[in-house]
Write a protein that binds this ligand. Structure first.
Ligand code: ZN
Length: 403
């Protein structure tokens, strides 16, 4: 009996220790939401999932009173957290909460400003210093300059005018402007972002701010400024670090802007930098290039193995998920002969697979036409006898033989 009792005690102690460890894992993160002109009920759980996917954060969502409610009851203990994510655009907080938040950041707390959080609190001086740039809320020249790139020059523009605009939602190219920052180190210089609002004409104090990435607001796409507008920014405030992403307009379930592997990765890296000043996360295999958007509906990284396991089932009408990450990866390997050859071998395997779909083979043949080598020529030649693939095979061969 005694032995049995001891065993139970040991098991209980161990399981307590394990669960305690689990609770301690990750930087404690507070996501504040509850009022927004956006679908915060959709976006906040997605932000939590994206951060926790890294294994670096454990996040909780705190919901403020509704519009017009008693804000005195919203009184978070910021000192319990390493990171605060703002997914909020609504009523002013209490003076006491504002002071506590300013102290948290001044003393080294990390902050993520997400999308419409930069619309919030137009009259709160310190908050606007933390966001660097903001929009709407009757912001104009009294709030600070417009800051953007024009002809690859950083411009601080004090001209009069309202702050904040965006054109029609669309996919757009994001350009990395500072390539040696921990957040952007190793990212492609240009990558295509999933359908989103391109925030433009933001203005604010812009103190202690670096613009890491921009996107060109083309007037041809509707409502554009013809400037390269800030997309990702870092700001320091006292000892605190703030990462500001203007991207991620949420639809139900997140939508293409939040499913974009570029949005997810930059948010994860920006959040880590805000906490520690450095980034330990690897650039994921499926990070998009300029060639195409990569969407992760489940927010998990698509691995090379996974992409090649699924590409053979490719049905053009259903999903481009796996093809787009293979395409992006191929473009990023351009010039790397050994890297391309190892991809080519995997592609040839799919092409030879009797169970792979015709659609998948057509698409892979198209890719092989520019990056293939002598390795795939005999396999492609065999396909000239295949009525369904004859055209694609001939096209690929003609391109490969003029290489
Ligand atoms: Zn929006």
């Amino acid at each position: 009996m005694k032995k049995q009792y001891l065993l139970i005690l040991i098991i209980a102690t161990l399981s307590f220790l394990f669960s305690a460890c689990k609770n301690e894992a990750g930087y404690k993160t507070l996501i504040i939401t509850g009022q927004n002109n956006h679908n915060w009920k959709a976006s906040s759980p997605v932000l939590k999932q994206i951060l926790e996917e890294t294994g670096l954060f454990s996040a909780e969502i705190m919901i403020t009173p509704e519009k017009g409610g008693d804000m005195k009851t919203f009184d978070p203990d910021f000192s319990k957290y390493r990171l605060v994510v703002i997914d909020y655009n609504g009523d002013s907080w209490s003076e006491r909460t504002n002071t506590a938040f300013v102290d948290f950041v001044k003393n080294g707390g990390g902050v993520v400003i997400y999308h419409a959080a930069d619309n919030s609190f137009p009259n709160w001086k310190e908050y606007n210093e933390m966001t660097g740039l903001g929009g709407w809320g009757e912001r104009n020249q009294k709030d600070g300059p417009y800051v953007y790139y024009k002809n690859n020059q950083l411009v601080t523009d004090t001209s009069a005018g309202n702050g904040g605009s965006h054109g029609k939602r669309r996919e757009f190219l994001v350009l990395t402007r500072i390539t040696d920052h921990p957040i952007t180190r190793g990212l492609p210089v240009a990558w295509l972002h999933g359908t989103d609002e391109l925030y433009s004409q933001l203005r604010g104090p812009a103190k202690n701010m670096q613009i890491l990435a921009t996107a060109f607001a083309d007037s041809a796409a509707g409502g554009g400024t013809m400037r390269d507008e800030p997309m990702l920014m870092t700001i320091t405030f006292g000892k605190g670090r703030i990462f500001h992403t203007t991207m991620g307009h949420a639809d139900v379930g997140g939508g293409p802007s939040m499913h974009c592997a570029g949005f997810i990765t930059t948010l994860q890296r920006g959040a880590e930098w805000a906490v520690t000043g450095d980034v330990t996360q690897k650039v994921p295999w499926d990070f998009p290039s300029a060639a195409g958007v990569v969407l992760r509906p489940d927010f998990k990284e698509i691995t090379l193995d996974e992409a090649f396991t699924h590409i053979g089932n490719y049905d053009i009408a259903k999903s481009t998920k796996y093809l787009s990450c293979i395409q992006s990866h191929l473009r990023s390997l351009s010039g790397d002969e050994a890297g391309l050859l190892s991809m080519e071998k995997m592609m040839v395997k799919v092409i030879k697979d009797k169970n792979a779909t015709i659609d998948s083979k057509k698409l892979l043949l198209h890719e092989l036409s520019w990056m293939g080598s002598d390795y795939s020529v005999p396999v492609i030649k065999d396909l000239e006898a295949n009525a369904e693939l004859k055209d694609e095979a001939e096209y690929a061969l003609s391109r490969l033989q003029t290489k």
